[in-house]
Design a protein around this ligand. Structure first.
Ligand code: GDP
Ligand code: MG
Ligand code: ZN
Length: 312
């Protein structure tokens, strides 16, 4: 009997998966019917064990999916470790609400959130404003421009030390593909209008592919992967696994140290005076950015709206 092999699913289209084993070899695999019965679909990013075919030359079978740290529905992938939340100072105009929602969802799912401002060449002033907001909130922030090369080596150094899977999310047109091409020249992803044309075409498969980092840049961790998620928008990312209103304050990391200090234990941190609400007090004295709290308020209203029995 031949032994099973352990690896990670790097892509899966139409039930045919590609599994990269620890030795770097790629195996085409099918999933066992048993998964379907359990309602379990293998995802890119899953750590799996695969069984060799009985007749050589045939496909391998995914026999076991090891426990996931997290999973996304759209884009479909498991075990995301780091999410680069990208936006440009303008062209397109950033939506702080979307960005903050995305960051909060990453925090909720124990994904390391990293803010990457792209197209820094377009406006120093707007870039500074956003750096201040997100650094104050405690996020790691990178400022980059694929146009003039700003920040690319700092970002590459950070990526080199990552373990596990990272992905880039952000609105269409912020320069994700251009940035990924600059960081990983061998990727050569489609950019600009060409990529828009392709993704609007009928035959595009929206799918996730993981690339081993060690094949893209020197000295990367052998366990690191970067996910390409063509055809998926920022909206897809923010619709996964939405949390409840009770979780919301904990999804804004800079709120955490104040939460125990509000006058009432059930404080919603929405309209209370600084005398009663420690979050309101921290906003009043400049420790929490009011832009972040505005996003908090919008998400709060959304979540409360989903639960009509809860008093507003
Ligand atoms: N000014 C400026 N334009 C950029 C930069 N990076 C990308 N672009 C342009 O922005 C457009 C969208 O880029 P693309 O990488 O396709 O964005 P994506 O949709 O996020 O993948 C293209 O026309 C790029 O040439 C940059 O750093 N500065
Ligand atoms: Mg793109
Ligand atoms: Zn409060």
């Amino acid at each position: 009997m031949t032994n099973n092999i352990k690896g990670i699913i790097t892509s899966g289209v139409g039930g045919l998966y590609s599994v990269r084993a620890e030795d770097g070899n790629l195996y085409p695999c099918r999933a066992k019917g048993a998964f379907r019965k359990k309602g379990l679909t293998p995802l890119a990013g899953d750590h799996v064990s695969i069984r060799p075919p009985e007749v050589s030359g045939e496909e391998y079978f995914i026999e076991e999916i090891f426990e996931r740290k997290n999973s996304l529905i759209r884009p479909p992938m498991a075990n995301l470790e780091t999410l680069f939340v990208t936006f440009a100072p303008k062209n397109p105009e950033p939506s702080t609400l979307y960005l903050d929602k995305l960051l909060s969802i990453a925090v909720f799912n124990k994904i390391n959130p990293v803010v990457v401002i792209t197209k820094a060449d377009l406006s120093t002033q707007l870039v500074e404003k956003h750096v201040e907001i997100y650094e104050k909130a405690g996020f790691t922030v990178f400022v980059s421009s694929s146009e003039d090369g700003t920040g690319l080596s700092a970002l590459a150094d950070y990526i080199k030390n990552l373990k596990g899977i990272c992905a880039f999310a952000g609105a269409s047109g912020v320069g994700k593909s251009t940035l990924m091409n600059a960081l990983f020249p061998s990727l050569s992803l489609d950019t600009g209008r060409l990529s828009e044309k392709i993704s609007r075409g009928k035959h595009t498969t929206r799918s996730v592919t993981l690339y081993p980092m060690c094949e893209l840049i020197e000295n990367a961790e052998s366990t690191a992967y970067v996910a390409d998620t063509p055809g998926f928008s920022m909206l897809d990312f923010i619709e996964f696994d939405f949390y409840s209103v009770e979780d919301l304050p904990h999804c804004f990391p800079e709120f955490e140290k104040y939460l125990a200090d509000c006058r009432y234990t059930d404080c919603s941190h929405t309209k209370e005076s600084p005398a009663d609400c420690a979050i309101a007090a921290a906003i009043a004295n400049g420790e929490i950015a009011k832009e972040r709290h505005e996003s908090y308020l919008s998400i709060y209203a959304d979540l409360i709206g989903k639960r009509p029995w809860k008093k507003k």
